[in-house]
Design a binder for this molecule. Structure first.
Ligand code: ZN
Length: 131
């Protein structure tokens, strides 16, 4: 039986939680539709945004669009991108709201670089398959 995209993403989330701990618990959601911008209606149209991250209380919610037409590698890249937000989210950062698209500061970029390199250049893709 083949693994669903959602199951693969959950496996990578478990791996990420060990390799790159976050200040708050992360909950993964895999909706078919996401909104292109905060306040927009969730849409099934391809918008260029395949996921987003929001902190609500003491949990970080990561949403990755999972539907036919968005392949697994886009979903994984999106998850690695969003995880960099999750690791750099602090109490002082936006709560109950999506991060602005410009929320990619130096701290985020460094976190993303580390995660990306570990996953793609340092066997993370393979290692995560045992989680
Ligand atoms: Zn982002």
């Amino acid at each position: 039986m083949s693994q669903s995209n959602r199951d693969r993403l959950l496996q990578i989330v478990r791996w990420l939680a060990v390799e790159f701990p976050t200040p708050f618990t992360v909950v993964l959601h895999c909706p078919k539709k996401i909104a292109a911008d905060p306040g927009d209606k969730p849409s099934i149209r391809l918008t260029g945004y395949y996921g987003y991250t929001v902190r609500i209380g003491r949990k970080i919610h990561v949403r990755i669009a999972v539907r036919p037409g968005i392949n697994l590698w886009i979903q994984i890249d999106t998850l690695l991108h969003e995880w960099a937000h999750a690791t750099t989210t602090r109490q002082s950062k936006i709560e109950n709201a999506r991060l602005a698209h410009g929320a990619h500061d130096d701290e985020w970029a460094l976190a993303h670089g580390r995660i990306y390199r570990r996953f793609y250049d340092d066997e993370g893709s393979e290692d995560s398959k045992t989680f």
